[in-house]
Design a protein around this ligand. Structure first.
Ligand SMILES: [Zn+2]
Ligand SMILES: [Zn+2]
Ligand SMILES: [Zn+2]
Ligand SMILES: [Zn+2]
Length: 507
């Protein structure tokens, strides 16, 4: 057993320099410059306040907090008083590849909201852990063979006969791809691969999910011998889901599906997990969505989920002895919520870059022949389209090219699943203002019923009135971002170390 002092975090102290990775000459010069002109402590302060966000938004201005009950100004905040004379506001980006620090906060919040739906807390009754729970994965169908990693060290596409496609490309691949092999997810033949259908599927994936939830409620009504509209008087279906990009650039949906009784979380469900599992499998296989043709030369498509639907029972709903699995699932979902398509959005793998080009090309194709030349603007960030084109179902496909045509949210949940991300953010804000208040008054923070106060849905009693102007984004000097990156990864290591300490040395 290690004690707190002997097993301290290695990353503290002068013997543990920050790992800055490889720096260019401009970055080195700017870091040396900060040390020379004495602005390094100010930068360190600003980095800490912005939680080491790598692309903060720079704001100039001031705000006043007004107590709504008395009309009194309780505090004033001015950007000129900040360490570097500006307010650096974290970018809040969800994607790990864009901002490691902000995405970690997002993952933490996602984990919180998923796990409160598993165990209760923050206003969700603890009895929720008696409700049946499934872990469901819905996949995209196949649009042609792609390079893949297979279990048990099997080669990618082994075939004894030399098979060639009509384009003269081999349909065999004897490689054992490693996870970082850029070929993983790329079609064996880009011309055989049905890229158009793949993108049309992705474009409709959120609708397919929506229809799945409707089909599932119908199926449950059938199994319970009820009319659709009476289901809510007997059972409620709640879920939390995340979308995860696979190597081929199409999304999977991973969802926790929970069955509650008529009074919501914690009220006993009328059926067990096995019956729910059956209904999910049935609904996933049956649900379809008809996609309109892109143009006169195209065809209508009936879209479905892929055959590899996984429906695992996490909790039977009778005993709560498998908490670890539920915890793992929550962690798994939170991690997926921060992944983007391809590791680095700036340097997309060739087959993913091809999908983005297709998104733009297909929306231009759908709008081709418009007398106002809308197709030329179809790929713009905010395309200005004529009335007719604005109603075309593929009009905005080009705008979602960087998301490979996926326009859904990356993590969503049904309304009564648990708390909301908004409520968690509000609680954090309230906590900060309580802490500031306690500091000002030089009194300890009263933790009595703190969680309840933080999560309360009541009206805010403080109004923040501010006037802010946008100064730009990012850190001012080239080396600053490298320091933010290094500090963020140090914070990540520290959090991991703390978590290890907790598991090996529980208090
Ligand atoms: Zn950020
Ligand atoms: Zn291969
Ligand atoms: Zn081919
Ligand atoms: Zn038009």
């Amino acid at each position: 057993m290690t004690t707190g002092t002997s097993g301290g975090f290695r990353g503290h102290g002068p013997q543990a320099p920050l790992d800055l990775g490889e720096l260019g000459p401009a970055q080195v010069e700017s870091i040396v410059g900060r040390l020379a002109d004495g602005t390094m402590p100010a930068l360190a302060g600003a980095l800490a306040k912005a939680s080491n966000c790598v692309h903060p938004v720079r704001l100039v201005g001031r705000s006043e907090s007004v107590d709504l009950r008395t009309g009194e100004i309780v505090s004033t905040f001015r950007s000129v008083d900040e360490p570097m004379g500006l307010l650096y506001k974290p970018c809040g980006n969800r994607r790990e590849a864009v901002c490691p620090s902000c995405s970690r906060l997002y993952a933490r919040d996602t984990f919180e909201l998923i796990s409160t739906g598993l165990h209760g807390g923050k206003g969700v009754p603890a009895a929720v852990n008696a409700n049946p729970l499934l872990f469901v994965t819905l996949t995209a169908p196949s649009f042609g063979p792609v390079h893949r990693i297979r279990d048990g060290k099997e080669p990618c596409h082994p075939r004894t006969r030399l098979a060639m496609c009509p384009h003269g490309r081999r349909l065999t691949c004897w490689a054992n791809h490693s996870p970082d092999d850029p070929r993983v997810g790329a079609p064996l033949c880009g011309d055989c691969y049905d890229t158009v259908s793949a993108i049309v599927w992705q474009w409709h994936a959120p609708e397919l999910w929506r229809r799945f939830t409707i089909a599932l409620r119908r199926q449950l009504a059938v199994e319970l011998g009820l009319r659709d509209r009476d289901l809510k008087h007997h059972a409620r279906l709640e879920y939390a889901k995340v979308a995860e990009f696979q190597a081929r650039g199409l999304v999977h949906f991973h969802a926790l599906v929970r069955m509650d009784g008529p009074d919501g979380a914690g009220s006993p469900a009328p059926i067990g997990a096995a019956m729910l599992q059956h209904a999910v499998g049935h609904a996933a296989a049956a649900v379809t969505c008809t996609a309109l043709p892109l143009d006169d030369r195209d065809v209508e498509r009936i879209l479905r989920f892929g055959a590899q639907t996984h429906v695992r029972i996490v909790r039977e709903g009778t005993v709560a002895g498998d908490e670890i699995t539920a915890e793992q699932v929550a962690g798994y979902l939170a991690k997926y919520s921060t992944k983007s398509a391809g590791a680095d959005p700036e340097h997309l793998l060739p087959h993913l870059a091809r999908l983005t080009e297709f998104c733009r090309a297909l929306s231009a194709r759908a709008l081709a022949g418009c007398p106002f030349a809308c197709e030329e603007r179809a790929g713009d960030r905010h395309p200005r389209l004529c009335g007719a084109c604005a109603h075309n179902p593929y009009a905005l496909l080009g705008r979602w090219a960087s998301m490979l045509g996926f326009r859904g949210h990356f993590s969503t949940k049904s309304r009564r699943y648990s708390v909301t991300l908004g409520a968690l953010r509000r609680a954090r804000r309230r906590f900060q203002s309580l802490a500031v208040d306690a500091r000002h008054r030089a009194t300890p923070l009263d933790t009595r019923e703190l969680e309840q106060r933080l999560m309360a849905d009541d009206e805010e009693t403080t109004l923040v009135v501010g006037s802010w102007t946008y100064d730009g984004s990012g850190w001012p000097r080239p080396g600053d971002k490298a320091l933010a990156d290094a500090a963020a990864s140090r914070a990540r290591e520290y959090a991991r170390w703390r978590a290890d300490q907790r598991t090996t040395n529980p208090a």
